[in-house]
Design a protein around this ligand. Structure first.
Ligand SMILES: [Zn+2]
Length: 219
């Protein structure tokens, strides 16, 4: 096994273990319709509107996990509800702090502030939360349970954040792992990332996904 394959294993095994702790923690959504779930973390950014338009042009449904601080500075052109109607939005904490370094109260505040920012900008009340780095704590699980939130992890981290990653390698690694109900993580990391990595990756992945009989759905 080469170093890159090991890295993919390291990225994809911990969330599956974490999802065995509680039914509210989800790393895959098994279903009989061959649906898979594409997710984009860390936005919104200057690429978000372009990304949404691109996904719409490809008829790809997806889920975005936004941080409160990014939402607060995001310009929706005064039409956040129309923007939100084209995508499902989940909570990615207010400030992207690592849950493993936070006290329970600070984590609750971070999630609550992000939810408020998302709702005031778009009218959407997030029903899902993805902890930064996929780091789950007992406090997060009990808070999610009490608030009717699902904690969404993944079983397929695409690796688009790795420096110099080859898009063909990403597609190959993802297609090795994707199965019915897979949750795939990508990142909304700005316009350059969108043009250089996301467009070539998503167009290739979409072709392979359709050929294999899968379809994209939202969480
Ligand atoms: Zn993140």
């Amino acid at each position: 096994m080469n170093a890159l394959s090991l890295k993919y294993l390291w990225l994809n095994i911990p969330p599956r273990i974490a999802s065995t702790f509680s039914p509210v923690v989800v790393s895959r959504v098994p279903n009989h319709e061959n649906k898979i779930f594409l997710t984009f973390d860390d936005g919104p950014t200057d690429a978000t509107k372009h990304l949404l338009t691109y996904l719409e042009s490809m008829s790809i449904v997806s889920t975005f996990f936004w941080t409160g601080s990014n939402v607060a500075s995001f310009d929706t052109d005064g039409d956040g509800s129309r923007l939100a109607s084209s995508v499902t939005i989940g909570n990615h904490f207010n400030d992207h702090r690592d849950p493993w370094t936070m006290r329970r109260k600070a984590m609750q505040e971070s999630i609550s502030e992000a939810a408020t920012a998302i709702t005031s900008k778009t009218g959407v009340v997030p029903k899902t939360v993805r902890p930064p780095y996929g780091h789950v704590t007992p406090g997060l699980v009990s808070m999610a349970r009490a608030n009717g939130l699902r904690v969404i992890l993944w079983d397929v981290m695409a690796g688009d954040f790795m420096d110099g990653i080859d898009v063909e390698v990403m597609v190959a690694e993802c297609c090795k792992r994707i199965q019915s109900g897979s949750i795939v993580v990508l990142h909304d990391h700005g316009i350059r990332h969108f043009e250089d990595v996301l467009i070539p990756f998503i167009s290739r992945l979409n072709t392979r996904i359709v050929e294999a009989g899968f379809s994209f759905s939202a969480l």
